[in-house]
Design a protein around this ligand. Sequence first.
Ligand code: MTE
Length: 301
Amino acid sequence: MAFRWKNTLTENDVTPEALYLSRRQLMGGAAGLGLATLAGRAGAMEAGLEPNDWDDITSYNNFYEFGTGKSDPANNAHALTIDPWSVRIDGLVDKPGDYAFEDIMKAMSVEERIYRFRCVEAWSMVVPWNGFELADLLTMAGIQSGAKYVAFETLYRPEEMVGQKYAVLDWPYVEGLRLDEAMHPLTLMATGIYGRDIPKQNGAPLRLVVPWKYGFKSIKSIVRITLTDKEPPTSWNIANGREYGFYSNVNPKVDHPRWSQASERVIGGGLFARKQPTLMFNGYEEEVASLYAGMDLGTFF
Ligand code: MTE
C-alpha cells in the first residue's frame, strides 16, 4: 500500500491497545501494517478522529441474529462457532469456490484503518479496524466482465444465532454493493479491531465495512460473496423499502422517513454523550462523491 486516504488513521496514534496484534491479524501481512502505520500517522493529525474505546465498540452493537437489543450481541454471540470458517465466492468469477478463512488471510495484506462509523439510527463511533481491501479478494477470485454488483450473505445457523429463531428479518441477512463501490479502496473486509481478532458480536471472523454508507450495509460474519449482473436484494430494503434504499449513503440532507439524519449522537463519554453534525458521505465525500456523479441522491437513497 503506497498511499493512504487522508481520513484513515491507525490505532497506533491513539491507544496502547494496539501494542499487541493477534496472530491472525499479523498473518495477513506484517509489512503492509508497517507502511500503513507510518502513513496513517499523518492522517491522524489531519482528520483528528479519536477512536472509541474497546468497550464501546464491543458492547453497543447491532447484530439481529443475536437479538435486537444493543447488548444482546455481546451477551449471545459467544455461541457462534467461527473455526472452521469458509467463504463461498461464486457467480461471475473465474475461480469460484469455498475459500477457507485461513487461506484468505494468508493471501491478503492486513492493514489498519480508522474509520467513522455512522448507523442509520443516528449514532456514530470511530473504529480502528484491521482488514484488507475487498478489491483484493475479488481480484483474487477473478472478476468476469459481466459482473456489475456484489452480493453478500451472513451465516444462517439458528442453533447458534438465537435471534434467527424470530422472523425479525428475512434470514439470512443479505447485502449488496455496486461493483465500483465494492472495488473502492476504502471498502474493507474487517478481520480485527485494535489489532485483535474481531469479536463475534462485531461480525467474526470477517465482515464488510463501507465507511461512507449507513452501518447496516456493513454486513457481518460473511459466508458468501456472489458477483452478479443484477442489483442484489438487501435485508433492510426487503423489510421496509420505503425507509431503506439500496445505496444508503450517509447523507445529512436526506432524512429517514421517521427521523432526521442531520446530526448524530456520538457513542461514548457516558453522561457527556454529545451530538455532532453528520457529514456528507460520512466525511468521505472527496473520495467517493464521483461514484454518484449525476445521480439524484434523494431518489437513489
Ligand atoms: N450484519 C448482520 N449480519 N446482521 C445485523 O443485524 N446490523 C447492521 C450491520 N451489520 C447487522 C449487520 C447494523 S444496523 C449496524 S449499525 C452494524 O452492523 C453495527 O456494527 P457494530 O455492531 O460492529 O457497530
